[in-house]
Design a protein around this ligand. Structure first.
Ligand SMILES: [Zn+2]
Length: 335
């Protein structure tokens, strides 16, 4: 980022002029896993997260929990200062034990969206299983027959494995109606990997005790379904069951769960208007997607079941830009 650009996007006067013109907005970030020791995927390091939070505090940002963001929008209130909101998806142990403590230290009001069957030890997420299979395959190449088509998977380098993981994840996600575990099993067999019944240490879920201890220190915990199945791959009855069961488990285990739901995967293709209605019918106050835009309070008031979020970046300069009025402007442009 050049100096002029950095000056403009961090300029408080420009920011307040922009928000007086365009209305209040909040940058809601999505954080996935903490950076793994073997760097086998792009996780977030504690040092980067800390640097970003220090920048936010030093530059006068406010922090809001996602429930506060939805409430503020529904009550037609404004935000007086540029505001950030931090959410984490899935409920892995490394998120709760490594990233959440940093967020809590800065009083950043984080919310984690947990897959309740994962926390309950019933099963581990299908996308984590695929990541495990691709990481541990002894093969360098693999021909994978899915349906009528044969796909060639390159497993010869770490980079190629990342690409292959992306391919199988998006392919499986696109399958309709509940045969997800069959697809995962087919891919595991083709890659010569046996999937362990319980999640291995690298993919361990947080426990309810760990979540409760963090809840006592200010972490909010919300539903990310029971199984992590993408809603568009399920029939309505199964969607309603995922919404109800996960909500019940959170209410049984925690003091005050978040009233906001988080769509698995969460892109425009992964849920529909009718899913938004099912989320509302299950008594959630709002829902977050992974549609990558700054969230305007006016838009949340109009539809609290499609709150947009921006993926937390792996570079500090990107964090500065994503948190700025410039990104809020970009979110208004038809690109
Ligand atoms: Zn997820």
């Amino acid at each position: 980022m050049n100096t002029l650009m950095r000056w403009a996007i961090t300029h408080r006067g420009l920011e307040s002029y922009f928000s007086s013109l365009m209305g209040s907005y909040v940058t809601v970030f999505t954080l996935h896993r903490a950076e793994p020791e073997d760097k086998s995927f792009n996780g977030i390091s504690e040092s980067l997260l800390e640097r970003c939070l220090r920048y936010a505090v030093e530059n006068g940002y406010d922090f809001m929990s996602v429930d506060e963001v939805v409430d503020t929008a529904l009550q037609r209130k404004k935000v007086n200062r540029p505001t950030l909101c931090f959410t984490l998806d899935d409920g892995y142990a490394d998120q709760v034990n490594r990233l959440v403590p940093v967020l809590l230290r800065y009083r950043a009001k984080p919310t984690i969206f947990a897959i309740t069957d994962f926390i309950d030890g019933v099963d581990w997420p299908w996308d984590a299983k695929l990541a495990y299979v691709i990481k541990h395959s002894p093969l360098t190449q693999c021909d994978l027959k899915l349906g009528m088509k044969t796909h060639h998977l390159d497993l010869s380098t770490p980079r190629a494995r990342i690409e292959s993981r992306r391919f199988v994840t998006s392919h499986v996600k696109a399958q309709r109606l509940g045969n997800l575990s069959d697809y995962v099993a087919t891919i595991a067999a083709a890659c010569h990997v046996e999937i362990p019944h319980a999640a291995p240490e690298d993919y361990r879920a947080a426990t309810w005790d760990e979540l409760r201890a963090s809840e006592a220190q200010g972490l909010a915990i919300g539903s990310h379904t029971r199984s992590h199945a993408v809603l568009s791959s399920l029939d309505d009855e199964r969607v309603a069951a995922e919404l109800d069961h996960s909500k019940r488990r959170l209410n049984e285990e925690l003091v005050r769960p978040s009233q906001v739901f988080c769509y698995p995967s969460g892109t425009k293709k992964d849920f529909s208007r009718s899913h938004e209605k099912l989320v509302k019918a299950a008594n959630y106050q709002g829902a977050v997607s992974t549609i990558s835009q700054t969230s305007y309070l006016r838009a949340i008031r109009q539809n609290p079941y499609r709150v947009t979020r921006i993926g937390f970046p792996t570079k500090f300069e990107q964090f500065v830009r994503y948190s700025s009025w410039f990104e809020a402007l970009r979110s208004k442009l038809p690109i």
